[in-house]
Design a binder for this molecule. Structure first.
Ligand SMILES: Nc1ncnc2c1ncn2[C@@H]1O[C@H](COP(=O)(O)OP(=O)(O)O)[C@@H](O)[C@H]1O
Ligand SMILES: [Mg+2]
Length: 245
């Protein structure tokens, strides 16, 4: 479904992604884990089309995105939902207005239909009846859920999550992980999750990839990664301070 082929990306004069190869299978949850600054968010920005690669190809559903015209690119972006690291809600807008935003931008739906869709999405993410609340009234986990509700509003085929656990306590992290699994199981959404939370990654992932210095150095099922002898991977998995990492 999403294929990154030999992607290079330079930022600030440094090679951040170095001939990166990544395959994200359809209808599954793929987790890319890796330390801070290794290029995780950069991968998502490339897939979203916010930035373009210096070399290599991004293929989504069999289409090389560099061949798309402006209109086709916008269509593609609508099919991709993004959950940002810090929720990125509009603070001056209610939950209702936040979640309704994509519908107002991209559809001609009338207010009653919007109201119905917002209520439905808020229920789906476990926050029924919270339309009138403001972001400042919400906990970190609730904000994240509202962000997910907004992101799935246009029924994306692909959802990208940038460190969905950041700033959340362990219990809320588990709940967000369950929500991601529901998106996979109920809507068949292809999920790409960037994470540094090992326990959560190993629980929700169908496939795990370890990013290290702009390359995937190990990938496979959670179980196969546990058994993979790569010393950098093993150091990361066990959080050891000594080693090649
Ligand atoms: N616009 C930019 N200009 C220069 N350097 C950048 C820019 N964006 C990111 N970087 C650098 O690229 C590296 C990877 O960034 P990022 O993908 O955000 O890492 P991660 O999400 O894995 O923490 C970091 O070292 C970061 O400082
Ligand atoms: Mg990041």
């Amino acid at each position: 479904m999403i294929l990154l082929e030999r992607l290079d990306k330079r930022l600030g004069g440094r090679l951040i992604l170095d001939a990166l190869e990544l395959m994200v299978p359809k209808g599954r949850i793929t987790v890319v884990m890796g330390g801070s600054g290794h290029g995780k968010s950069t991968i998502l920005k490339l897939i979203m089309g916010f930035i373009t690669p210096d070399a290599g190809r991004i293929v989504i559903d069999g289409v090389d995105v560099s061949t798309l015209n402006e209109l086709q690119r916008l269509e593609l972006q609508k099919a991709i939902g993004m959950s940002f690291q810090y929720s990125a809600l509009f603070d001056s807008m209610s939950v209702y207005e936040n979640v309704a935003f994509p519908l107002r931008e991209h559809t001609k739906l009338k207010e009653p239909a919007i109201r119905e869709r917002v209520a439905e999405m808020l229920a789906r993410v476990g926050l029924p009846g919270t339309e009138a609340k403001m972001p400042a009234d919400l906990s970190g986990g609730m904000k994240k859920r509202v962000g997910v509700a907004r992101a799935i509003m246009l029924q994306p085929k692909i959802m990208l999550f940038d460190e969905p656990e950041s700033g959340l306590d362990p219990v809320t992290t588990t709940a967000i992980g369950e929500l991601i699994m529901e998106l996979r199981d109920q809507f068949r959404i292809t999920c790409l999750v960037i994470s540094h939370n090992l326990a959560n990654s190993m629980t929700i992932a169908d496939k795990v990839c370890m990013l290290y210095k702009g390359r995937i150095i190990a990938e496979g099922t959670p179980r196969s990664l546990q058994e993979n002898p790569n010393p950098i991977l093993q150091q990361f998995l066990h959080g050891r301070s000594q080693g090649p990492y």
